[in-house]
Design a protein around this ligand. Structure first.
Ligand code: FEO
Ligand code: CA
Ligand code: CA
Length: 726
């Protein structure tokens, strides 16, 4: 009898008393074969997800018995001995505003033993569910029904050019304004009471920086770096918002990072949902109507349109000092404009500072900013100045596990990524030098020969962009993704979070290698366990700078974890996203299977005698979860399971390691408010870890009532504190 089997018996016999019963109501949410995992002081018995994991240490027949039924819960499920407290949820008061929607990155700046400022990102609104629950949560009505008849067939309307004073324009403004208020960043002061529970203190520092900060209150955001030369130039080829270096608001704030000197960097990710992504060859913006207001079955987006927001001012990293109530943020343009997911810092005293960030799009790149000046004292607030002078580089990964950094400046040779290197349909989007007026169109090239013709037309990036040297540098930073494609920076598998490890390596999650019509990952680098390309389920990759020097121009890389089903060589999770290291150097990770694929039925692995696609198998993984990868182990243990339709985000440990702050994002995003505790049963083809196929009946709640958990309550994104029950 193996140890695993013995633990299984002990577990059933002592902890749960489930015995031989297979009643669905008694299906344990704890992983069958595992005793408490020794992870720092967070010992826990791993949770049971709907698919067998190799950590279960069960035989195939035992796995079939243990997993033939599974009940999904609409709650944040934690191992025995742990609990969570809701700290703040959508709609709660924050300063003169409210706690926003879809909380993501969390940073906790400790100001005393049991006090501090929690900075929280509000990434986006889940349009349909937001509209369905807005009145119940916020207590106001919005004119959705009045606007609908005026929309085009695809749900859009060009709102900017509607006449001022027009009733419809006013109604679109009202909806757009409320949506933008629910995005951005929030800062709330909290303290830990004698029972160990964190609660809000409603201090004078509490404030919101929203998608419209500055528009009505003059609290504009600032900007630094070369793109300011584009914002302020008078003879723009494209749209001018007349605000110069001042910026209205921040939105799509996904992950982020915290500097050693106590400021927070918040990442503007999918800005293209609200304003246009392409720009003109001088870096100036397309007309606001290029990305119109849209309200369809799923989304309410294009909310920058009616306000005439300048698109080139979004897609940046924003630095905020949580403790300074006058600070509404600064966009540091040297860090590039792209779909920023996260950021992490490699800081050694008396060396330049390196800042790493990924662009979460299919085929997006990894970037590193290196400051011109060196760090003297890592805790000095003046280090913020380091963001204002330096160079942005893109990562070129080689198949032999080495890599190099390519500078993105006007002198960089044009040497584009080739379509034959790219997974999926094999296409590369390249910038043209003749983008003028409202034509921001890119070249979408699918043949290597066409790319070689492109290459022969331009010698350096400076040939593609317009302006004086600083303005050209600004335009390259504004158009960073496409400039990086032209420079030959590696296309990757949707980079999400980046965290520096205790070993000074940069750990980056790549959530998915699936391609789309605009790009995909490099086939030589982003491969599944058996060499599959494209590969949907994701990776965690560690980058080690040569000589552990932040300013090094070469590095080594290795895959430290791969997603996927155990049978196929995966660790049992799919689509890794945020990362955090605990005090003992264990890596915590949350995964983000897209909401529509969560628990999607999979009655068979074939359709019309062909294997179903990788994305169509994502339902087997169940709800999104939080995992621990213990230091030195190539295994992942489930620690938390999210409520219905959610993604867990924003992992942050307090310095004493007693609390784990976490965001619970987009409950009910697909199913809306759960009605009368409704659920349905679905069938899944599941494989044991040995490859035996069996059928599972899974009971799946439809929609969510989290965190209220009472029947028919509206789902609300919320931030929780997780702690031991003791
Ligand atoms: Fe907002 Fe890439 O997750
Ligand atoms: Ca994310
Ligand atoms: Ca995500």
């Amino acid at each position: 009898m193996s140890i695993g089997r013995r633990q299984f018996l002990l577990f059933l016999g002592t902890s749960l008393g489930v015995g031989a019963s297979n009643s669905i109501l008694k299906t344990p949410l704890l992983s069958p074969g595992i005793a408490a995992n020794k992870v720092t002081n967070w010992h826990f018995t791993p949770l049971k997800l709907p698919l067998p994991l190799s950590i279960d240490k069960l035989s195939s027949s035992e796995q079939i018995q243990a997993y033939k039924e599974y009940k999904v819960e609409d709650d944040l499920i934690l191992p025995d001995g742990y609990t969570y407290d809701v700290i703040a949820k959508w709609g709660d008061r924050v300063g003169d505003s409210r706690f926003g929607y879809n909380n993501d990155y969390i940073s906790f700046l400790e100001t005393g033993k049991d006090t501090g400022y929690l900075t929280v990102n509000f990434e986006y609104i889940s349009g349909r569910t937001w509209a369905e629950t807005y009145e119940a949560v916020i207590g106001k009505q919005l004119p959705f029904e009045a606007v609908k008849p005026h929309l085009d067939r695809d749900g859009t309307i060009k709102a900017y050019t509607l006449p001022d004073g027009d009733t419809l324009k006013g109604q679109i403004k009202e909806i757009s304004r409320e949506g933008l208020i629910d995005q951005g960043v929030g800062i709330i002061a909290i303290k830990r009471n004698l029972q160990g529970v964190w609660e809000r203190t409603y201090s004078g520092v509490d404030r919101r920086i929203t998608g419209i900060s500055g528009l009505e209150d003059g609290k504009y955001l600032n900007s630094t770096g070369p793109a300011v030369a584009v914002f302020t130039k008078t003879n723009k080829k494209g749209y001018d918002d007349s605000l110069g270096s001042k910026i209205i608001g921040t939105f799509q704030n996904c992950a982020g990072g915290t500097t050693p000197w106590g400021t927070v960097l918040t990442a503007e990710e999918n800005f293209q949902d609200q304003v246009s992504d392409p720009v003109l060859s001088d870096g100036s913006s397309l007309h606001p109507d290029t990305t119109p207001f849209v309200m369809d079955k799923k989304d309410i987006n294009g909310r920058g349109n009616v306000f005439g927001l300048a698109p080139n001012k979004y897609g940046w990293m924003v630095e905020i000092d949580p403790g300074n109530p006058e600070d509404y943020g600064t966009k540091h343009t040297w860090l590039g404009r792209f779909r920023h997911e996260a950021v992490t810092f490699f800081i050694q005293e008396n060396q330049p500072m390196a800042v790493y960030s990924g662009c979460d799009r299919r085929g997006g790149h990894i970037y590193k900013f290196v400051s011109e000046n060196s760090v003297k004292n890592r805790n000095d607030k003046n280090n913020s100045r380091l963001f204002t002078k330096g160079m942005l580089y893109g990562a070129k990964f080689n198949a032999d596990k080495t890599g190099s950094w390519i500078a993105l400046n006007p002198d960089t040779p044009v040497n584009p990524v080739l379509p034959s290197q790219i997974a999926g349909i094999g296409v590369v989007a390249l910038p043209k030098s003749d983008r003028s007026a409202d034509d921001g169109k890119l070249l979408l090239l699918g043949e290597d020969g066409d790319v070689m013709t492109y290459k022969s037309a331009y010698r350096t990036l400076g040939d593609i962009y317009e302006g004086n040297t600083v303005q050209k540098q600004g335009a390259i930073l504004i158009d960073a993704h496409y400039a990086a494609n032209a420079a030959g920076v590696t296309c990757t598998g949707r980079p999400e979070d980046a965290e520096i490890g205790p070993d000074n390596r940069i750990y980056i999650t790549f959530t998915s290698g699936t391609a789309d019509e605009e790009g995909g990952a490099d086939k030589n680098i982003f491969r599944g366990p058996s060499g599959e390309t494209p590969y949907e389920f994701g990776w965690i990759i560690a980058i080690e700078e040569d000589d552990l020097n932040p300013a090094s121009m070469t590095f080594k890389w290795e895959i430290v974890a791969t997603g996927g089903e155990p049978l196929d060589g995966g660790m049992g999770f799919a689509n890794p996203d945020n990362l955090a290291f605990d005090g003992d150097g264990n890596l915590w990770m949350v995964n983000d299977i897209s909401t529509a694929n969560l628990n999607k039925a999979l009655p068979s692995r074939t359709e019309d005698d062909k294997p179903v696609g990788q994305k169509d198998t994502l339902g087997v993984f169940g709800n999104n979860a939080a995992w621990v990868l213990p230091r030195g182990e190539k295994k992942a243990y489930p620690f938390a399971i999210g409520p219905m339709d959610t993604e867990l985000t924003g992992l942050w440990f307090t310095a004493d390691q007693k609390t784990l702050f976490m965001s619970v994002q987009h409950p009910g995003e697909v199913g809306g408010t759960r009605k009368d505790m409704g659920s349905e049963s679905r069938r899944f083809s599941i494989y044991t870890t040995a490859g035996e196929e069996f059928s599972q009946v899974r009971f799946v709640p439809i929609g969510s009532n989290w965190p209220g958990k009472e029947a028919n309550q509206p789902p609300r994104p919320a931030v929780v504190a997780i702690r031991h029950l003791s």
